[in-house]
Every structure is written in structure tokens, then in C-alpha cells.
Design a binder for this molecule. Structure first.
Ligand code: IPD
Ligand code: CA
Ligand code: CA
Length: 269
């Protein structure tokens, strides 16, 4: 018999985590530097992840976790039935500098396939959520993507100094997209910026290296809204290791894949 998962409880728990982000006081907070350039973890990243793991364990006790921070307890065997992908604060740099554009991102996979995703931006009280085959929602509004092309919309992209990628190819691609689209944005929270493709704000989101916890939740949201998410070369996204991400309307996705190739992107990463 199919196990009933209490998604409402999961949603409530993510909203509580969002409140922790909202109530944070960064003035006296400790900030740790992680490996790589400009890569930080605040005490709130740690606290929020701990809170999520404690609470989600009560809701789905058999689940394992793949979180960004304090990775010591992260799952080693990726073949487990249920895995929560947790980014406690996606957009840590934004959070540190009061950009008010960060999210709590939680995705759930069953036997290696994403089955649910929640991305909550507490600063504007926007919860993007999707359960596989049940549609995507922004708060209570059902989302459905219009198949716009690059020239009809806004292009979003991400890059981080700690995530090595070929910045020349990235910025050549972005330059081309700037000239072809209505405008470009780099919001600093991949989870929100992909979810905003589902919302119809961006036609595409492009990044050359992301971790599964950055995009797992948003991948369900964009697919359930009628969009597409793959690697930049078109391959299936990975839930076990970093990969590139191209998430968009079907039209824009095909266009950007072609442009990235023309600009020299030839990897299957
Ligand atoms: C980062 C954000 C950013 C993206 C980076 C991610 P973090 O996550 O999603 O938008 O460009 O690649 O690492 O470190 O703020 O959780
Ligand atoms: Ca992240
Ligand atoms: Ca993070």
C-alpha cells in the first residue's frame, strides 16, 4: 500500500523555518568561511537545517537527509527510499547583506525520483510547492507556464565564486541572452529563481554548477508548472552530485541550449 505523506505538516515546518530566517539577527551572528572563494555559513544556516532535520524526522521517520550544512550526518547510501534535500538558506550571501531574497528549500525524493518540492521566501511570504502529478502552486494559486521564448521574457542566471565553472563561456552566453531577451537578472537564490520560472517571472534559469540541494525542490515545481529542467547540454539532472542546470519554458530552454553550445559549452556536466 502507498504510504500517505503528510505534506501539510511538511509545509508548516518549512514555514516555521522561514520564520527563523525572518527573525534572525545578523548583527552579532557568527559566520564561518567554507571551502572556496566567498563561501559562507552563518549560525542561522546551521540552526535552520538542524530544526528542519529534527522536525522532518518526526513527520517521516524513515527518511534520510542530504543537506548543505553540517554534512557529517548526510546520507552516504543514495539508494534509500526517502531522501530530503535541504538547503536551509538558499541565498546565504543575500541573507548576510539584507537582500531579502533567500529561501528555505526542501525537496523529497522517493527511490531516486523527486516527488515533492517546497521553496519558501519568508521575506515576501511566498511558498512555491509541488507534489508530483498534483501541480505546482504559489501559496494557493495554481501555476501554469506560458511557453514564452527568450525574446519575450526575462533571463535569470546564477554563478558563485566558490563553484568553479568556465566564467568566460557563462558570461558570453549571458551577454548574448541580454541582447536577445527583455532583460537579465541574477537573484542569488537558485531555488527562488528557478521557482520564478514556474511563476512566469523568468523564462529561463541558467547556472553551470549547482548542488542537488540547490535545485531538487525547485525541479518538481518547474516541471509541475509545465516547464523543463535539464543540464545545460540537455542531459538528466543529477540528484547525487553537482551538475549544470537549465530550467525554463520549453521554447526558451531549447533556445538557450543552442546558444550555450555556440558559445563553447560542450560538456555533459
Ligand atoms: C547559492 C545560491 C546562488 C547560486 C549558487 C548557490 P547558497 O546557494 O543558490 O543563487 O548561484 O550557485 O550555491 O550558497 O546561497 O545556499
Ligand atoms: Ca544553495
Ligand atoms: Ca545554503
Amino acid at each position: 500500500m502507498q504510504k500517505m505523506i503528510d505534506y501539510k505538516k511538511i509545509e508548516d515546518c518549512i514555514k516555521k523555518a522561514g520564520q527563523m530566517v525572518l527573525n534572525a539577527n545578523m548583527e552579532n551572528a557568527s559566520v564561518e568561511k567554507k571551502t572556496g572563494d566567498a563561501n559562507f555559513c552563518t549560525e542561522y544556516d546551521i540552526k535552520v537545517q538542524k530544526f528542519l532535520i529534527d522536525e522532518l524526522s518526526k513527520i517521516l521517520p524513515e527518511a534520510s537527509f542530504f543537506g548543505e550544512e553540517d554534512t557529517s550526518n548526510n546520507i552516504k547510501d543514495m539508494n534509500k527510499e526517502y531522501i530530503f534535500y535541504i538547503d536551509p538558506i538558499d541565498g546565504t550571501t543575500n541573507f548576510m547583506f539584507n537582500y531579502y531574497h533567500s529561501s528555505v528549500s526542501v525537496g523529497l525524493a522517493k527511490n531516486g525520483e523527486m516527488i515533492a518540492g517546497f521553496v519558501y521566501n519568508p521575506f515576501v511570504d511566498k511558498l512555491y510547492k509541488a507534489i508530483k502529478n498534483e501541480g505546482a502552486f504559489l501559496n494557493d494559486k495554481k501555476l501554469g507556464i506560458k511557453d514564452l521564448s527568450v525574446e519575450e521574457g526575462i533571463v535569470a542566471f546564477g554563478c558563485a565564486r566558490y563553484n568553479e565553472c568556465d566564467v568566460n563561456i557563462l558570461f558570453e552566453t549571458v551577454k548574448d541572452l541580454f541582447l536577445k531577451s527583455l532583460s537579465i537578472r541574477s537573484g542569488g537564490s537558485a531555488a527562488i529563481d528557478i521557482s520564478r520560472v514556474a511563476e512566469g517571472s523568468n523564462v529561463i534559469y541558467l547556472e553551470y554548477r549547482l548542488q542537488p540541494y540547490d535545485f531538487a525542490a525547485a525541479s518538481v515545481i518547474i516541471e509541475e508548472a509545465g516547464g523543463i529542467i535539464t543540464r545545460v547540454g540537455g542531459g538528466k539532472i543529477s540528484l547525487t552530485e553537482p551538475c549544470s542546470i537549465l530550467a525554463g519554458t520549453k521554447k526558451a530552454h531549447a533556445e538557450v541550449m543552442k546558444i550555450a553550445k555556440e558559445k563553447g559549452y560542450n560538456s555533459e556536466f
